[in-house]
Design a protein around this ligand. Structure first.
Ligand code: BMA
Length: 317
């Protein structure tokens, strides 16, 4: 169902015009002129991450990487960014004619969720922390629902790391949290932690939500990708959940790197055919890669009998 691009990895630290240690987990969007913009997470040689733009006309080749960062942590004004900004997810919000970026702000309190808005990915207006630590893996939906704006996020407690959805009337005050997807238990591929991957993809049947599932084992963690479907008008309602992962680390560039055995998509762009989903992912926390699938194939998979939503609570089938 998911095909890797033969030219992977498409971006590595050696493509940068200034020193960076690793580039991975990019936000992605299609610009008005049809080109694809990646907001790349770049880790410097101190371990602190910032964002830098890379643009390609066809979304696969000839990436033009900016000569300097476009968004740096700003701990003087935003102490929650002391140890960097990570894993941006981009949503175009028509109502504002702007892109919303939900990203992880890493500070002394732990990782939290911050929001920023931009028109051109050059000038940004920060809105600060919207979900207190420990919370991450967040993205805004592109439009308001009856209950207001909606954000998927992943708060962590000592017991749980599940996916939640919260609403806001003004993007400042967030409330009405509800758990939408639970990490499963025991031997499941998504037993220990789950979190949103790219922002939700709107389809006629509901919101496709790709998510990463983590399975801890004796020599570390395995990060794989799964998918679920949320109701179009009430995204806090789970409709279907895939039982099996749809992509896991197989290739050498996913198996070997700073954090081995990680595929971590954070961006998705719907191609002009309105069916192909081009996913941009971090491989082993070291490089940026591409994998594609289609809305049709993913919906067929989710609609198969084994993937009904009796699994919504993550109980064993
Ligand atoms: C997650 C995030 C990602 C990272 C992944 C694997 O918790 O921190 O940024 O890619 O772990 O290390």
């Amino acid at each position: 169902m998911v095909k890797r691009y033969h030219g992977n990895p498409v971006l590595t630290a050696s493509d940068w015009h200034y020193p960076v240690h690793a580039v991975f987990n990019p936000g992605a969007t299609r610009l008005e002129d049809g080109s694809t913009l990646l907001l790349c997470r770049c880790e410097n040689h101190g371990g602190i991450s910032h964002f830098c733009r890379a643009i390609s006309k066809d979304g696969y080749t000839n990436w033009k990487v900016d000569t300097e960062p476009c968004l740096l942590p700003s701990p003087d004004s935003y102490p929650e960014e002391l140890w960097g900004i990570e894993d941006p997810r981009i949503t175009y919000v028509e109502e504002f004619g702007q892109y919303a970026i939900a990203y992880t702000a890493f500070g002394e309190g732990g990782p939290g969720v911050s929001l920023a808005f931009t028109k051109d990915f050059l000038a940004y207006k920060r809105r600060g922390l919207c979900m207190q630590p420990e919370d991450k893996d967040a993205a805004l939906f592109p439009r308001r629902f009856k209950e207001g704006f909606a954000l998927i996020h992943r708060p962590v407690t000592s017991e749980h790391a599940d996916m939640w959805l919260s609403y806001s009337p003004d993007l400042k005050n967030w409330g009405r949290p509800s758990r939408i997807l639970k990490a499963r238990k025991g031997a499941w591929w998504d037993a220990n932690k789950i979190g949103l991957s790219p922002p939700p993809v709107e389809t006629a049947e509901g919101w496709l939500v790709f998510y990463h599932g983590v399975r801890r084992h004796a020599s570390g963690s395995l990060y794989r990708l799964g998918v679920a479907l949320l109701d179009l008008e009430d995204p806090s309602r789970l409709v279907r959940r895939g039982q099996h992962w749809i992509m896991g680390p197989i290739e050498p560039y996913e198996r070997v790197g700073d954090v081995p055995n990680v595929v971590f998509p954070t961006g998705a762009v719907l191609a002009e055919d309105k069916d192909t989903i081009v996913m941009y992912y971090g491989a082993a926390d070291s490089s940026i890669c591409i994998a594609t699938t289609t809305v049709k194939q993913v919906l067929e998979f989710l609609n198969s009998k084994e993937n009904d939503c009796s699994l919504e609570t993550g109980s064993d089938p």
